[in-house]
Design a protein around this ligand. Structure first.
Ligand code: CMP
Length: 131
């Protein structure tokens, strides 16, 4: 999911280019905006964290671009491509190193397991057509 800071900064295309050049196939993609409530549902796992409310406010502040991606070893390879959560710690050349503004406005989200990738895909896309 490309986050509001990256979409509003006009970095959607550059990020998609990096994703495709890294060998990911885009299975589904759209531009949409979360409400505060939907952002809370997406990040429910973090609801006890101190940053939860700010995170939901930020994630509902503008358009996002969720995608379903396909690749061998996708979860691990995507996490390498996007870099560490904190852009100060993200390796040079990673998406967060290049485009993130802060630990919160960090340009992009990637699923942390195959099981969560399925849950998060279903959160945004009710049925997936095959192309
Ligand atoms: P993401 O990988 O989408 O998962 C949780 C999000 O919470 C994270 O990226 C950041 O956007 C946000 N966040 C804000 N503050 C923190 C923090 N201190 N540690 C981790 N995540 C944070």
């Amino acid at each position: 999911m490309i986050k509001p800071d990256a979409v509003s900064a006009g970095n959607t295309g550059a990020i998609i280019k990096m994703i495709e050049e890294a060998g990911f196939r885009i299975v589904a993609m759209k531009k949409t905006q979360l409400t505060m409530e939907r952002a809370g549902q997406f990040y429910a796992i973090h609801k006890e964290r101190s940053f939860f409310n700010d995170l939901c406010t930020y994630m509902s502040s503008g358009a996002i671009v969720p995608m379903v991606l396909e690749k061998e070893n996708a979860v691990e390879d995507f996490r390498k491509l996007i870099g560490a959560t904190d852009p100060q710690k993200a390796a040079p050349g990673t998406i967060r190193n290049l485009f993130a503004k802060s630990i919160e406005a960090n340009a992009i989200h990637g699923s942390d397991s195959d099981a969560n990738a399925e849950i998060e895909s279903n959160f945004f896309f009710s049925h997936l057509e095959q192309f």
